[in-house]
Design a protein around this ligand. Structure first.
Ligand code: PLP
Length: 362
């Protein structure tokens, strides 16, 4: 029996109702039903409706299920870019999207700032010719985020035809996006939705769809089974092209139901309060200090701190009390810690983590 509470930034602690929903899924034999059945169509529609409600998603947006956020990167480039994309890069995930565009033969450009820094809008010039602008709302590797007010300014910065893509993988549903100001937002479920990994969600508007259709029309290759027209033709009838992660879609719908009955505003308030508690501790700790200097760019959902005690030692000591946090990313593995503050983490659990860190490390 594993009683650990996972404050790791994804996979992370499961939403508290997941075990009970899994039990029901087994009783209902969800793993055996056909993905062409009416029952599956209802499961699909339920998850989409739950997402629309939680995120206050306009009707002009479509909801698509893919394998992961990593897959969304590849599909976005294939379907929405003929030759040029532009990327904000300040860590490993934003850089990986940029690299994906290069690997797919695009002329990708980036505006890069050092690891651990956010972006200053006045420093960013978006090339007029960029067809897709990749914004990283929450860079999970470094703990830097872009405030929603800043995201909203990119429409005026980019060319009229540019599609604005927002990576909100490790922050949604915390940021209250103005979906009219962007064109696509994506996430995967093992971060803030407190679910087992294996499902990416792509929210996108008609401009993205029109672009894919125009590219295909002109003979540009936009992929095969997960091209946008192919994905959409099935989503329209609450189905997927391939045999999907039915259990994942089922659990997402159930957790969304729970999140909606709590209310997104309450989830956001709690997230903010827990983040304030964690940062207040990190600010005055003898061992840790927030890695992102500018408080406006500190992520409320994935907090990163420099540590004078190696991250592996911090985790070793926490393990004795059934707690796990994330190590630093890549070369910061030992010199930083990462703490997830997701809706699955209760205020009591976060308070207990802070108390234990203070007791053990000052
Ligand atoms: C985790 C993560 C991804 C990749 O998600 P997968 O589900 O592993 O594909 C992309 N972007 C950010 C910011 C992430 O945190």
């Amino acid at each position: 029996m594993n009683n650990k509470i996972y404050f790791t930034p994804g996979p992370s602690e499961l939403y508290p109702t997941v075990p009970q929903h899994m039990q029901t899924a087994l009783q209902e034999k969800i793993g055996s039903i056909s993905h062409r059945s009416k029952q599956f169509q209802e499961i699909f529609a339920h998850a989409v409706a739950g997402l629309r409600q939680l995120l206050q998603l306009p009707d002009t947006y479509e909801v698509l299920f893919l394998a992961s956020a990593t897959e969304v990167w590849e599909r976005a480039i294939q379907n929405n870019v003929r030759q040029e994309s532009f990327h904000l890069v300040n860590g490993s995930f934003s850089d990986r999207f940029f690299e994906t565009a290069l690997e797919l033969g695009m002329k990708a450009q980036k505006h890069e700032v050092p690891f651990g820094e956010g972006f200053r809008l006045q420093d960013i010039a978006v090339p007029e010719t960029a067809e897709l602008v990749a914004l990283i709302q929450n860079e999970t590797s470094s703990g830097a985020c872009i405030p929603v007010e800043d995201i909203n300014r990119f429409r005026e910065k980019a060319g009229a035809d540019a599609l604005l893509y927002v990576d909100a993988v490790s922050s949604l549903p915390y940021p209250a996006f103005d979906f009219e100001k962007v064109d696509a937002v994506y996430f995967s479920v093992q971060k803030c939705f407190g679910l087992p990994a294996g499902l990416g969600v792509w929210l996108l508007n008609k401009r993205c769809i029109a672009r894919a259709e125009a590219l295909a029309e002109s003979g540009h290759v936009i992929g095969s089974y997960h091209s946008l027209p192919s994905l959409l033709s099935k989503a329209k009838v609450n189905q997927t092209v391939e045999t999907p992660n039915v259990l994942g879609i089922y659990l997402l719908g159930k957790v969304l139901e729970d999140m909606n009955s709590k209310g997104v505003e309450q989830i956001r308030r709690e997230t903010k309060a827990k983040a304030d508690l964690l940062y207040a501790y990190l600010e005055q700790s003898r061992t840790f200090s927030p890695a992102v200097k500018n408080p406006a760019h500190r992520s409320p959902t994935t907090l990163v701190a420099n540590t004078t005690v190696p991250a592996s030692e911090v985790n070793k000591q926490l393990a004795a009390f059934d707690m796990a946090i994330g190590s630093g990313y890549g070369k910061y593995k030992e010199s930083q810690i990462r703490i997830a503050n997701f809706p699955a983490h209760s205020p009591q659990q976060v308070e207990a983590l802070v108390a234990k860190l203070r007791e053990l490390f000052g």
